[in-house]
Write a protein that binds this ligand. Structure first.
Ligand SMILES: [Zn+2]
Length: 78
């Protein structure tokens, strides 16, 4: 059985200024426990000054994953 993947849009960096988004294909498992992630839905990231349309998800396991941790997991500097 292969790991499921999802293509999602996330902030490219912490201070995204409302436009720095990247679309990436991720192994769709929780970084904390390896369990399945919840389905992605449209959401908003607020960097303190501007809003960015991104995907968000809630994991059935209850772990909350930060975008910075997700970026790190695919080799993008936080
Ligand atoms: Zn988890």
């Amino acid at each position: 059985m292969s790991t499921p993947t999802r293509a999602v849009t996330i902030p490219a960096c912490e201070q995204h200024d409302g436009y720095s988004a990247i679309t990436v294909t991720l192994p769709w498992i929780c970084l904390e426990c390896g369990g399945p992630r919840g389905e992605p839905s449209e959401g908003i990231s607020y960097d303190g000054s501007r809003r960015l349309h991104v995907h968000t998800w809630n994991n059935p396991c209850g772990h909350v994953e930060k975008y910075s941790a997700v970026r790190k997991s695919i080799g993008i500097p936080a």
